[in-house]
Ligand binder design. Structure first.
Ligand code: BT5
Length: 253
């Protein structure tokens, strides 16, 4: 185990333009770079979401960043890191606007998406060697910069914000939460996530790689998995690594 040593190493690599900060950080992971290495770009030409989806990354309008971690934890624990980064982000922007988390990795305000998190890992014999957590946040983006159902801090508040200041605030919070994660403080982290989770007590439809589940989202467990009560009253546990998509009640047909 990595013990509970606070993170003492920090390297930030900045780009004006890159394909995807996650791809770059992944290559650094493979090349043996240490945690915490951070890759930050003003613009991405191939920003990625999950499952081959793209992340719109207009120049100098948002924060596009990836964190390279080497936490020496199981895959199940590692997926919690996506939630950890989402929580750190939402908390650090709390003074600007009240964001919430749509399980597992969307950062939203109302039903509009303002940010997203992408967790990728490379494993050797099922033991994760390193983890890349990518974060995209729309800061000063205008309506025409963004896809449908997306919003930005500027569109919500009418104010533009210095990207570097916001980045530094988020980074500080991410490191603080990561250090807590390394101390296995999962229970308190999960309790805190629940305060910002938009998903609980809603009727949801969850698509996983294998199945589809419909019911009421009742809780998340200590690994961040979603617990859904189906119509027979049974509790189904939906693993973070399995989920493909989650749709709320108003979209259910
Ligand atoms: C995510 O995927 O929400 C994870 C996004 C992670 C992006 C960061 S940026 C830094 C790092 N480097 C990368 O290459 N990626 C990470 P997903 O849940 O699959 O959502 C993708 C969907 O969100 C798309 O299919 C669009 O519908 C929508 N979308 C795309 N760009 C958006 C944006 N800028 N704001 C809001 N929604 C967007």
């Amino acid at each position: 185990m990595n013990g509970g040593q606070p993170s003492s190493y920090l390297r930030i690599i900045r780009f004006d333009k890159v394909g995807s900060t996650n791809d770059y950080a992944f290559a650094l992971g493979r090349a043996g770079n240490k945690e915490i290495t951070v890759v930050l770009a003003k613009c991405q030409t191939k920003g990625r979401g999950r499952l081959g989806r793209s992340w719109v990354s207009p120049n100098s309008k948002g924060i596009y960043v990836s964190f390279l971690f080497r936490p020496k934890r199981t895959l199940q624990e590692i997926f919690l890191l996506g939630i950890v980064v989402a929580l750190a982000t939402v908390k650090s922007l709390k003074g600007i606007l009240p964001l919430t988390i749509k399980w597992p990795n969307d950062i939203v305000i109302g039903n509009k998406k303002i940010g997203g998190v992408l967790v990728e890992t490379e494993s050797f014999n099922k033991i994760p060697e390193f983890v890349i957590v990518g974060l995209g946040i729309n800061v000063n983006s205008e309506f025409i910069d963004l896809p449908e159902k997306a919003t930005s801090i500027f569109l919500q508040t009418g104010n533009k914000y210095p990207l570097n200041d916001l980045f530094k605030t988020i980074l500080k919070e991410v490191i603080a939460f990561y250090d807590r994660f390394k101390l296995n403080d999962y229970k308190n982290i999960i309790d805190e996530v629940k305060n910002y989770l938009d998903t609980l007590h809603r009727r949801v439809l969850v698509y996983t790689h294998k199945d589809k589940y419909e019911g009421i989202a009742v809780d998340i467990d200590s690994y961040g998995a979603l617990l859904v009560r189906d119509y027979l009253g049974d509790i189904v546990r939906i693993d973070l690594g399995e989920v493909k998509n989650l749709v709320y009640d108003n979209n259910l047909s």
